[in-house]
Design a protein around this ligand. Structure first.
Ligand code: IPM
Ligand code: MN
Length: 352
């Protein structure tokens, strides 16, 4: 394949992990006879500084040119404690999702045996947990009508039937490729928008008789994820619930820095780590590049290039087993490896 890739490093540790992702992608392309052309573009706080807009038109055009976007992270503390800021880095991410029509956010939660001890849950509860959260990404409160007054404010949790239907079909597609179990997460006992979700899901379920569908309130789902994460195979939910549950999912596995995600929909798909921009670590060569590197694996898999994805996953597992790890997951007495060293080790593994 001839890949055209838009590279959006963003803020904080973004540029450092982005460079690792690009190196691994290049190595895999060389190995399997694909060509790849990269175009870098700005987003987030970096783009506010350089272009006055967290997702400038030029960046959007670069994304449209590309077959896929390799995204890293946005966010900068100088905006976090200023609720009156006119423009925020996160708006760049939201604009990208909306403009590219990325309605399906795919967030796998998997455990790595050698990191299970990092999980806040007991080993016997979390071991073997392996599920995917399909988060609706372009609707709900994030994009519904808002009022931001001095004495009154609201966000509207709005969904149309069509938005619910398409994400359900995406989720059933994943369930069919996995263990044939879909959990629809909502708050239908309270919210009108959730009752629409449930109604549409009840109508859709009979189209997938080979998949077992169950329904769970979001509060219960948050609890179940901690008590019995192995219950889940594929979970589908609206934007805000999905935001919250996927942070929970990423820590129960003990591998927050390792989880990648894909956002797909109408235009160019985006592949990115689940973690944020970790501004305190910027430039220190300590950030874990594995989530970014695994997002490259998801990119190849999206295009049906399963062997390429497999090689990256094998390389990541080998690096963990060889204790070539960044400080936050390194074992006592293990060597000191930075972002660049871990990235280079994995690139070398691919080149072997
Ligand atoms: C995420 C992030 C974003 C979100 C922020 C940075 C806007 O938390 O991708 O989960 O809330 O969607
Ligand atoms: Mn989030």
């Amino acid at each position: 394949m001839d890949f055209k890739i838009a590279v959006l490093p963003g803020d904080g540790i973004g540029p450092e992990i982005s460079a690792c992702g690009v190196d691994v992608m290049t190595a895999v392309c060389n190995k399997f006879g694909h060509t790849v052309e990269y175009r870098h573009a700005v987003c987030g706080a970096d783009a506010i500084d350089k272009a006055g807009d967290p997702f400038p038109e030029e960046t959007y055009q670069t994304c449209l040119w590309a077959d896929a976007v390799l995204f890293s992270a946005v966010g900068d503390p100088k905006f976090d404690n200023d609720p009156d800021a006119k423009v925020r880095p996160e708006q760049g991410l939201l604009a990208m999702r909306k403009k590219l029509g990325l309605y399906a956010n795919i967030r796998p939660v998997e455990t790595f045996d050698c990191l299970i001890h990092m999980s806040p849950l007991r080993k016997e509860i979390v071991e073997g947990a392996d599920f995917v959260c399909i988060r609706e990404l372009t609707g709900g409160m994030y994009f519904g009508e808002k009022l931001e007054g001095t004495d009154h404010a609201y966000d509207t949790n709005s969904y149309t039937r069509q938005e619910v239907e398409r994400i359900l079909h995406t989720a059933y597609g994943y369930a069919r490729r996995r263990r044939h179990h879909l959990t629809v997460v909502d708050k239908a006992n309270v919210l009108a928008s959730s009752r629409l979700w449930r109604k549409v899901a009840q109508e859709t379920a009979p189209m997938y008789p080979d998949v077992e569908t169950d329904f769970m309130y979001v509060d219960n789902a948050a609890m179940r994820m901690i008590q019995d994460p192995r219950f889940f195979d594929v979970m589908v939910t609206e934007n805000t619930f999905g935001d919250i549950l996927t942070d929970e999912g990423s820590v129960i596995s003990g591998s927050m820095g390792l989880l990648p995600s894909a956002s797909t929909g109408e235009k160019t798909p985006v592949f990115e780590p689940i973690h944020g921009s970790w501004p305190q670590a910027k430039g220190k060569n300590i950030a874990n590049p594995l989530a970014q590197i695994l997002s490259v694996a998801m990119l190849f898999e999206y295009f049906g290039l399963l062997e390429e994805g497999r090689l990256i996953r094998d390389a990541v597992n080998a690096s963990l087993e060889a204790n070539v790890r960044t400080p936050e997951i390194q074992i006592p007495g293990g060597g000191i490896y930075g972002t660049r060293e871990v990235g280079a080790w994995i690139t070398d593994y691919v080149n072997r």
